[in-house]
Design a protein around this ligand. Structure first.
Ligand SMILES: NC(=O)c1ccc[n+]([C@@H]2O[C@H](COP(=O)([O-])OP(=O)(O)OC[C@H]3O[C@@H](n4cnc5c(N)ncnc54)[C@H](O)[C@@H]3O)[C@@H](O)[C@H]2O)c1
Length: 434
């Protein structure tokens, strides 16, 4: 019966957690013709969505308004509405605590909420990134408390999220997705559902395989970024090799190489966090994930490395860092988006603020930041400001920036992203020594 509802697009879908993952997903499912109920504990967010207000750059407000006005998407904070749904997708946060251990409290709370209202013929999909075996050993036992039988009465699968915020080429529909169900029937049902709105669906033999796949993808990025950050540091030490030129040359190889770029560190909700989920789980098996630890060490060191570079650049240009006035450009963790989560730019701000007289920032996407409970506003990027500050530090290479304008008016530029293509004595780059 559920399969029939899916095929006819009559299945009602709940998306729990309407954030960077859940909201774009809800839209794509609605676009495919399904009715969607979005569930979020944040009442403010629920109210905004019901008014058609999008807080995520990947979600077009016009699209959201359309689906809300057509009642093809509604948002609620009431879990009891899950009774109405045939498919439930979990997109709640999976952060790490201060000791860098997994915090699955949102997934547990959400599973308990689902279990309370479960009925026969429901498909539940976990999308939140987590360590292998979470679906089978954390979520499944909670859902079984409903008294229903897995693979017969209800279906459960893990389907990792691959969204890349700000990516204009790959969105929900054209990014292939991996699906691993607890039983064969679970996989089949989840695959059938995903095929309704995702072009390529790749089934795997179990949820733990799908969970591990996601962690391999993100750890791969983390390790390669660390590798290139280490190369950047070596190039600086050697003093006569430009890392950016090296990467451009290496990427001409048409096979066996993929370019990664150095920067002030890694950010976002995935790359700095997900590997810790795996290293935590590995310890249960007396296994130490050396690559994860090593890359964390290098990447987490980068904001400190950048701050030392700023202080050094000020000294070389004859300025006393203790009296310096610094302008940071870009606070988001990557270009052309507003996402500040785990942004290394925030760490640079915090560190440099203890070493110089004054720090300000500009980010066209981020009007204000909260740094240690202090609200700091983005300043306007004027010729006057650029001339006044002792150094401008490019931390995020937003496309919106007019780099010629910045070069023209600034006295000293520290560029951590190779945003400025020109070379001159006043431009100091990460990964090469002038
Ligand atoms: N953001 C990304 O680029 C990305 C990419 C791949 C995977 N992921 C993973 O997807 C998951 C969600 O990430 P996100 O970036 O969308 O998070 P987010 O913080 O943007 O959104 C999560 C939403 O869930 C809500 N929420 C929290 N607990 C809840 C509960 N018990 N019931 C209902 N709603 C609840 C929050 O209010 C929030 O609106 C995480 O596991 C993350 O690791 C994120």
């Amino acid at each position: 019966m559920l399969k029939e509802l899916i095929n006819k697009k009559k299945a009602k879908v709940a998306v729990i957690g309407l954030g960077y993952v859940g909201l774009p997903l809800a839209l794509e499912i609605a676009r495919a013709g399904f009715k969607v109920i979005g569930v979020d504990l944040d009442q403010n967010r629920v109210n905004q969505i019901n008014k058609g207000i999008s807080f995520i750059s990947d979600v077009d407000p016009q699209d959201l308004k359309f689906f809300i006005s057509e009642k093809r998407i509604t948002a609620t904070s009431d879990y009891a509405r899950l009774k109405l749904c045939d498919i439930i997708i979990i997109c709640v946060p999976t952060p790490i605590n201060v000791n860098k251990e997994p915090d699955l409290s949102a997934v547990v709370r959400c599973s308990q909420g689902i279990s309370k209202y479960m009925r026969k013929e429901q498909l539940i999909i976990l999308k939140s990134t987590t360590y292998p075996e979470t679906t089978e050993k954390v979520v499944l036992p909670i859902l079984k408390e409903s008294g229903l039988k897995i693979g017969k009465d209800f279906f459960l699968a893990f389907c990792p999220e691959r969204i890349d915020p700000g990516n204009k080429k790959f969105g929900v529909a054209n990014t292939p997705t991996v699906v691993g169900g607890v039983t064969k029937n679970c996989t089949k049902t989840a695959v059938l559902f995903y095929r309704q709105f995702i072009n390529t669906v790749f089934p795997v033999s179990s949820p733990r395989t799908a969970e591990m796949t996601k962690l391999l993808e993100n750890t791969f990025r983390n390790v390669n970024i660390a590798l290139v950050n280490e190369f950047a540091q070596l190039c600086e030490r050697m003093g006569n090799i430009d890392i950016w030129e090296v990467i451009n040359a290496a990427k001409t190889k048409p096979f066996g190489f993929m370019p990664f770029y150095p920067g002030p560190g890694v950010g976002g909700h995935c790359i700095p966090i997900d590997p810790y989920y795996l290293s935590w789980k590995a310890r249960e098996y007396d296994f130490h994930t050396a690559f994860i630890e090593l890359s964390a060490r290098i990447n987490e060191e980068m904001p400190y490395f950048v701050v030392n570079k700023i202080i050094d650049a000020l000294g070389r240009s004859g300025q006393c860092s203790g009296r310096a006035n610094i302008l940071l450009l870009g606070m988001a963790f990557k270009k052309d988006i507003a996402d500040l989560r785990h942004s290394p730019a925030l760490k640079v701000f915090e560190l440099i603020a203890t070493r110089v007289k004054k720090v300000q920032y500009n980010d066209p996407y981020v009007p204000r930041i909260n740094l240690n409970n202090k609200i700091i506003k983005s300043v306007a990027l004027t010729p006057g400001l650029l001339k006044k500050v002792d150094a401008v530090v490019i931390l995020t290479d937003h496309t919106k920036y007019d780099y010629d304008f910045i070069i023209k008016h600034s006295r000293l530029i520290i560029d951590t992203r190779n945003a400025v293509k020109k070379r001159s004595r006043k431009i100091i780059k990460l990964g090469l020594t002038q």
